[in-house]
Design a protein around this ligand. Structure first.
Ligand code: HEM
Length: 119
């Protein structure tokens, strides 16, 4: 069975990128222990878009759904959730140090081919 990729696509106001990156620098670090987790990357936009991408790769859709529904996801997003309750903008990623992400959407893919450098 092929892996799947989920991007969380974050809208980050100009100047708030550093705040977002700091938050990820302090991330919970729980996702790496999740069954079926394969890879995570935080991608800073350089050209063609101003969206930050949170790239994750999973063994299956079920593994991704289990993470999203489970405690590791909630704990990994505890601050983002608290900020949402405060009702700041669209909620996500706001907090001490000012706003980070003001919106997000999820893109899902099936991995058709994957090639790594032959070492
Ligand atoms: C509801 C929309 C979401 C927003 C706004 C959001 C934003 C954030 C933020 C700001 C952090 C840093 C920790 C914090 O400040 O709380 C974080 C952690 C993380 N997010 Fe999201 N996120 C969302 C949903 C998702 C989804 C659907 C995925 C999967 C593609 C994802 C992947 C991750 C990962 C892998 C981490 C690190 C968690 C860890 O280390 O255990 N996020 N997210």
């Amino acid at each position: 069975m092929s892996s799947i990729v989920k991007f969380n696509v974050l809208t980050v106001p100009e100047g708030a990128g550093a705040t977002l990156e700091e938050r990820f620098a302090k991330r919970a670090g729980l996702v790496e222990d999740q069954p079926g987790f394969e890879e995570f990357q935080l991608l800073r936009p350089v050209e063609g878009t101003d969206k930050y991408l949170v790239y994750t790769r999973w063994r299956s859709e079920e593994d991704f759904q289990s993470w999203v529904k489970g405690q590791a996801f909630q704990r990994g997003h505890a601050q983002a959730a608290a900020d949402a309750e405060e009702g700041a903008g669209r909620g996500h990623g706001h907090g001490r140090g000012g706003p980070a992400a003001t919106g997000s959407e999820i893109w899902g893919f099936e991995v058709v081919q994957r090639v790594s450098a032959a070492s």
